[in-house]
Design a protein. Structure first.
Length: 356
């Protein structure tokens, strides 16, 4: 109603400023035609556009990142390397050491060997799966890595195919989930008895739930799963995203915007995949998240409690009040976050070697 009033007021203003009424009405009609007919139909029949709106590989910031020099981004004691996930496709990876190992790494004769061997030192290893824009070097992601390394945890972060310095191919859900599974197995082969935790953020929660469901079904589950700002499924995420608000009440909204997704390799049905995840789960969500509304994260939590096996491990939901301003990207700023993580590990009976 408010949007219609603003639109009508704008047209009235144009008329008041001396533009002919006929021109004003024609212009208004064309705007409505393009907005509510041309744009929705162009989206509906254009798989390329759908994929590029979900996987924003063209949004690339900050500029000029040298991924071989993560120390330039404030991450000393970090190794850059590449993992081939299938023929002619490789992904760029950072292994960020715990704070207590940074100085030792600098003095190591064989740096690669030191990094690989360090993964089995019984400190937790967190595999981070990022959202749908930019790279592993984005500032809010780097700040989370710093927080986790300060807790003396290892962090392994990578860019899916199509992103940053990974192979330049158009991503699909199947492709990036495959990337996640391959990198996970690469890390798992090297961690020994160290806890291995998958951490997904935003779109990365959809990747995480899909990938971890495969891991659990194949008998190689991670020690735990942490979901930051998750949605329950991609259709609800698009339905409630701010960019679709002007189309939401259209009679054919679902057919125009949601139905085509599956045929273009975009499903992300976390509320189905989570049924197969019997490892401990922690969900983090801020009430003022506009990108992925809080209710979608809570809906995933409620569904998980109902459909996971009765003998499945712990699941927790931690919400953050709007007054803190953490929104979609800044939960890492919560002073209590380290304690939330440690308490979750403790309640999930995840052993952390405190002697290191």
């Amino acid at each position: 109603m408010i949007k219609r009033f603003i639109y009508a007021a704008f047209l009235a203003a144009l008329w008041h400023w001396g533009i002919e009424l006929k021109t004003v009405l024609l212009g208004g009609f064309l705007v409505l035609l393009v907005t509510y007919t041309v744009v929705p139909l162009f989206y509906h029949y254009n798989g390329w556009l759908q994929r590029h709106l979900v996987f924003l590989t063209f949004v690339n910031y900050p500029k000029g990142i040298d991924f071989d020099k993560p120390e330039n981004e404030g991450l000393p004691g970090t190794r850059n390397f590449y993992v081939e996930t299938e023929d002619n496709i490789r992904v760029g990876v950072w292994h960020i050491l715990p704070a207590s190992l940074i100085d030792t790494a600098e003095a190591a004769e064989n740096r690669t060997e030191f990094f690989n061997n360090s993964l089995c030192d019984d400190r937790p290893v967190l595999l981070y799966l990022h959202g749908n824009t930019a790279s592993r070097a984005v500032p809010h992601r780097v700040e989370l890595y710093k927080l986790l390394r300060k807790m003396d945890y290892h962090v392994v972060a990578f860019d899916y195919r199509g992103y940053a310095d990974s192979s330049k191919v158009v991503p699909t859900e199947t492709g990036i989930v495959h990337d996640a599974c391959v990198v996970y197995r690469y890390v798992k082969e090297r961690v020994g008895t160290s806890p291995l935790v998958v951490w997904g953020h935003s779109l990365g929660t959809g990747v995480s739930c899909h990938a971890v469901s495969h891991m659990c079904l194949s008998g190689e589950p991670p020690t735990a799963l942490i979901l930051e700002s998750p949605f329950n499924n991609i259709k609800d995420e698009i339905r409630y995203h701010p960019l679709t608000s002007i189309f939401r009440k259209m009679p054919k909204f679902e057919w125009l915007f949601l139905t085509p997704l599956s045929s273009n390799g975009i499903d992300f049905r976390s509320d189905e995949h989570i049924a197969h995840i019997n490892t401990p789960i922690l969900i983090l969500h801020a009430e003022d998240d506009l990108v992925v509304p809080y209710m979608l994260g809570h809906k995933l939590y409620e569904v998980a409690k109902k459909i996971r096996p009765k003998d499945a491990d712990l699941i927790q939901f931690k919400g953050f009040e709007s007054k803190h301003g953490y929104a979609h990207k800044f939960i890492y700023m919560a002073p209590e976050l380290p304690q939330i993580i440690r308490q979750f590990f403790n309640e999930a009976k995840i052993k952390i070697d405190s002697s290191n």
